[in-house]
Design a protein around this ligand. Structure first.
Ligand code: BDR
Ligand code: CA
Length: 311
């Protein structure tokens, strides 16, 4: 079983990523740390607990991490995810409290408490907590098995500005610091998440499972679809963060290559742009595995199968 810590700003797509992981016997979710991103921290940490409880996993510790990015005012995305961040399904408020202590310390203590190279961070939001953990405990760079993150783009360029993807845009300094850390990083960028359209038939498949988690996922996807239909004119919305879970469970579903990735922090115009040396035109050291494409049919089949194992 692969040991995972989720760092997340739920977010309907974050929620689906976590639910699919909790339904995956290959993954052992050690904890969930919330970060400010799609919504402010108090909502992200509330949503993380609602998701764990929906999956019948109130035992999974949920911590709050950073309240704002390194240097910049927080940019949120209620226009995409709704006022709560998790609009769509009818989920009760969480019954369990947040764990005491800071989420960044949970990450550090948990990685140090396990065998070297046995814990992976699955990062689904701005990289503030992950960067803070690596700055506070540089030994984590050696101890982590890796970081698998949703963020950035190359061919698909940007979704929050013409050149930046939301998670990297919100805290570009944190992202730049993570890419410079030396950790083994896998990136699921917009290039692959924009291939994973939630068509009406795919949404219906979750509803048809007949369990409460499937019903909630169908409601989350239906909510997201409305925004993306208006924005892109696509049938169905791209599904971002669950690509991280699918990659952790079935990497053979995806294709990519090792590249150098740097993050633009200086320019106001291109803030948060991921500068991907996809064609190897520089001598910069390769610091990440960049996933370019994936099998959307297999991806949705996997998600449905894993959500079906939940209550
Ligand atoms: C990312 O931004 C957030 O809105 C989603 O949850 C995802 O992590 C996509 O750009
Ligand atoms: Ca997210």
């Amino acid at each position: 079983m692969r040991k995972i810590i989720f760092d997340t700003d739920p977010g309907q797509d974050d929620a689906i990523a976590i639910l699919a992981a909790l339904g995956s016997p290959e993954l052992d979710v050690l904890g969930i740390v919330a970060v400010a991103g799609n919504v402010p921290l108090h909502l992200a940490s509330t949503n993380a607990r609602r998701i764990a409880e929906l999956a019948g996993r109130a035992d999974i510790p949920v911590y709050a991490g950073a309240e704002r990015p390194f240097l910049r005012p927080l940019v949120t995305a209620e226009h995409v995810h709704g006022e709560t961040g998790l609009d769509g399904p009818d989920l009760p408020p969480p019954a369990n409290p947040l764990r005491e202590g800071h989420g960044v310390d949970f990450i550090i203590d948990t990685v140090r408490a396990h065998e070297p190279k046995s814990v992976t961070i699955a990062a689904l939001g701005p990289l503030t907590n992950v960067a803070l953990a690596l700055l506070k405990a540089p030994d984590l760079a050696e101890r982590l098995a890796g970081i698998v993150l949703m963020g950035g783009a190359y061919f698909e360029v940007g979704n929050v500005t013409p050149t930046a993807e939301f998670n990297v845009y919100v805290d570009p300094e944190a992202a730049a610091s993570v890419f410079a850390s030396g950790v083994d990083i896998t990136v699921l960028p917009l290039d692959v998440t924009h291939q994973m359209h939630s068509t009406p038939a795919r949404i219906e498949a979750f509803g048809k499972i007949g369990n409460r988690s499937g019903t909630a996922v169908a409601a989350m996807l239906s909510f997201s679809e409305v925004y993306d239909l208006q924005k892109f004119g696509w049938e169905g919305a791209p599904l971002h963060d669950p690509c991280v879970t699918a990659f952790l469970v079935k990497p053979e579903m995806f294709e990519g290559r090792r590249v150098n990735i740097e993050v633009e922090t200086g320019s106001a115009l291109t803030r948060g742009m991921t500068v991907v040396d996809y064609w190897g035109v520089t001598e910069r050291a390769k610091n990440a595995f960049f996933v370019r494409s994936g099998d959307a049919g297999a991806f949705y089949a996997l998600l449905v199968e894993r959500v079906a194992r939940l209550p």
